[in-house]
Design a protein around this ligand. Structure first.
Ligand code: SF4
Length: 138
């Protein structure tokens, strides 16, 4: 069983109300069992919502409102679902403040990326879930 970021499957759960459907991921999952998760939605954040970035380890919306609690709640809920389903691995959306694996935006809301992990990715990895970037799946 594999966990996967919901927006990669075409669900309109991104901050802008859209998705990032990835046909390569859809093809990869075709003959596999998987469970879809969206940590930000699980944390109670609405669709659409302001974009958020990580600043000094905490998550803020573009208007600099703290959304850290919602991001951490969503990460905890995602972990719970992943454990309930017995997942050992997750395919997550790169660059997201929740789901980024190698890269996140730098906290200046200027489109610049830096090396780093999303809040949910950090929690999953701390709990032994192997996390892969959607960009790494062949
Ligand atoms: S939190 Fe993760 S699953 Fe949800 S929209 Fe953002 S990248 Fe996709």
């Amino acid at each position: 069983m594999i966990a996967v970021s919901k927006c990669l499957l075409g669900e309109n759960c991104r901050y802008d109300g859209g998705h990032c459907k990835d046909e390569k991921i859809m093809a990869y999952l075709k003959d596999k069992e998987f469970v879809a998760i969206c940590p930000e939605c699980l944390g109670g954040l609405p669709i659409p919502r302001e974009p958020s970035e990580i600043i000094d380890g905490k998550v803020y919306s573009k208007s600099l409102k703290s959304v850290d609690e919602a991001f951490r709640l969503g990460a905890e809920k995602a972990l719970q679902i992943i454990k309930e389903h017995g997942c050992r691995a997750a395919i997550l959306k790169e660059n997201s403040p929740s789901c980024g694996i190698h890269w996140v935006y730098d906290g200046t809301f200027s489109g610049k990326k830096i090396a780093g992990k999303g809040i949910c990715t950090q929690l999953l990895e701390e709990n032994g879930i192997r996390c892969f970037s959607s960009e790494e799946i062949e």
